[in-house]
Design a protein around this ligand. Structure first.
Ligand SMILES: Nc1ncnc2c1ncn2[C@@H]1O[C@H](COP(=O)(O)OP(=O)(O)OP(=O)(O)O)[C@@H](O)[C@H]1O
Length: 322
């Protein structure tokens, strides 16, 4: 449904060349729900704008919904929905008006656009809000309207740029539910960008991790986590036993990356649950009593850290400071 090879885009700003996207390859199958995960400034929006014909690539090619980006941009536009960060609606207009207008802009007849406006509004729980002025909607309702606007013309693939940015946890969960339903009920291919690790983890079949304009990993959230880091075991012990505990941790089969923070010794092993009996026996023989013991499964942030040497938050802070 989305195929790209070597997609790249650079910008000239203040005499400097910014390579926003540096040769991205993509292969998204029909009906997949794929997330593009990376910190602010990684190149997510730029990639999305190229795939949706809003920005011309400096290099590379892509076929989206069966149409070539370079030779048939109109064909691409007809078949896709694009939900940008902060959509461009008219605050005074009513929800139904905006939905119908959007359908008309896509060349739909008035009757068809009206039927579709009601249908997508129902689908996104906006059925009771059709007569409301857009400016009166809550953040979550507004975000659902943005998504509905991207769906009026029945696209086979929809691109969502940061669909839950700035929403509270409840509204986010609600938007996730609607995105999942889109794929489940209509078979729509969904390609979304996010810098929220939990969003990529909870929502996406497959995640492409992007950093500095380059895809650094791709796989299901579980595959990514399994590939790059094991479980983290954290053992709380009395201060006097810290050094000895770290030595014991280093000797556990498969144990790696032993670190001491405060009164805790942490280390990584491929399977924390399997390492615990050996660890506890060794600590017991050494006469060390534990004050706490935790096994944490890796997060996508661990994946990002392993791949890039930075957490997503560090990368974002560095981008803001640049
Ligand atoms: N029109 C432009 N002119 C100059 N530089 C740009 C332009 N658009 C994007 N950039 C730069 O390209 C890089 C990638 O930006 P992009 O918006 O694609 O990142 P992003 O991953 O989508 O981040 P965000 O989550 O903040 O939207 C950044 O360094 C950005 O400053």
């Amino acid at each position: 449904m989305i195929e790209a090879q070597g997609l790249a885009r650079s910008f000239q700003a203040r005499g400097k060349t910014i390579e926003a996207v540096r040769g991205v390859d993509l292969d998204v199958a029909s009906g997949e729900l794929v997330g593009f995960l990376g910190p602010n400034g990684a190149g997510k929006t730029t990639t999305l704008r190229m795939l949706t014909t809003l920005l011309r690539p400096t290099a590379g090619r892509a076929v989206v919904a069966g149409k070539d980006l370079a030779t048939d941009p109109v064909g691409v536009r007809r078949r896709i929905g694009y939900v940008a960060q902060g959509g461009g609606t008219i605050p005074e207009s009513r929800v139904v008006e905006d939905l119908v207008l959007q359908g008309r802009l896509h060349g739909m007849g008035k009757a068809d656009a009206t039927v579709q406006a009601h249908s997508v509004a129902e689908r996104l729980d906006l059925g009771d809000l059709l007569e409301r002025p857009i400016k009166s909607l809550s953040g979550g309702q507004r975000r659902r309207l943005d998504i509905a606007l991207g769906l009026v013309h029945r696209p086979s693939v929809v691109f969502l740029d940061e669909p839950t940015a700035a929403l509270d946890p409840r509204s986010r969960a609600n938007v996730w539910q609607h995105i999942r339903a889109l794929r489940a009920d209509l078979g729509t291919t969904v390609f979304l960008t996010t810098h929220y690790l939990d969003e990529a983890d909870a929502l996406c079949d497959r995640v492409l991790v992007i950093d500095n304009g380059t895809i650094v990993a791709t796989g299901s959230p579980a595959e990514l986590k399994a590939k790059v880091s094991g479980d983290l075991v954290a053992i709380g012990v009395p201060e006097l036993a810290l050094t000895r505990t770290a030595e014991i941790a280093a000797r556990i089969a498969g144990g790696d990356a032993v670190a001491t923070t405060g009164s805790t010794v942490e280390f990584r092993v491929p399977r924390g649950d399997l390492a615990l009996p050996e660890l506890l026996r060794a600590l017991d023989s050494a006469g060390i009593g534990t004050t706490s013991l935790r096994v944490l499964q890796p997060t996508l942030d661990d994946v990002f850290l392993t791949l890039t040497g930075r957490t997503i938050r560090d990368a974002e802070e560095a981008h803001v400071a640049a």
